[in-house]
Write a protein that binds this ligand. Sequence first.
Ligand code: C2E
Ligand code: MG
Ligand code: MG
Length: 293
Amino acid sequence: HAKGSGSNHFQLFRADMNELREQRSQIELQLHWALKEKALFLEFQPRIDIANGYLCSTEALVRWRNPALGLLQPSTFLPVAEACGLIRPIGHWVLCEACHQLQRWREQGLEIVPIAVNMSAMELRDRSLPARITEMLSETRLDAHFLEVEVTESSLMYHQDEAVIATLVELNNLGIRIAIDDFGAGSESLKRLKCFPINTINIAPCFVHDMLESLENLNFIKALINFGQGLALRVIAKGVEAQAQLDHLILQGCDGAQGFLFSKPLSANDYQALLVAGDFRLKHSAAAPGNIL
Ligand code: C2E
Ligand code: MG
Ligand code: MG
């Protein structure tokens, strides 16, 4: 009977949860220890500049040599570290180690390239980060351009807040490059886009509305158009209200446009009248040669 089996499931669930919690607190305890005993270490993965084939940077990736469990990958222990607040001391260690390693290589007379360090957005919430990085850089006599911070799109979206943005702006002002890691994978809509048979993307009116307010906004529209067309999709801009917007959309090769510039939504009768008059196209091709309607 339903009631009994329901409560059995609940008991099972509780047992699982307890076990999970137990495992986590074990990892948490051991992580504390690992930090103190220097059981963490970094691996370095080279990156190549495709234009010339040369090494252009390297990514620092943290690992944990666990006496009982062997070599642990970040995906097994970083989520625990995030949950229990250990991500900040770990992140601090990773940064220090990366900078000092770079300095050691340089002291050996090697030509060093920039190092990319992964960070959770949670670490970026810590407003002491820019000052700590400045200190590390001067300690190791490294120029800021030798450091690149990578933060995953999903982490940024999950921990979206003012402190994260303020820290990123400050790091950027120091001359540290910021990379969005795993771009596209943090956005469910982008991921799912791949599964659907799609012919067209319609750009949201909000993006068109402010497209001429800054170069960044304009470039964002350009990128959306390139994104769609790169996937062989038709790109339609919605919410076009100004001729100047249309001009730029035409310039960027946007496939179609819709908005108050052409017409408000019309009643069936008014729309019919427009069809009958047959001059809609003409009216706008005068202002914008290469009319896209
Ligand atoms: P990985 O070394 O297992 O690292 C997995 C993820 O953990 C990283 O993904 C990064 O988001 C996070 N992570 C690593 N170290 C740190 C750290 O010190 N702090 C923080 N907060 N997070 C860290 P990411 O950045 O995309 O790194 C690339 C991953 O892909 C690495 O996995 C790397 O080993 C792996 N990889 C590299 N080349 C290949 C390849 O050709 N094939 C496959 N399958 N994997 C590859
Ligand atoms: Mg990375
Ligand atoms: Mg990645």
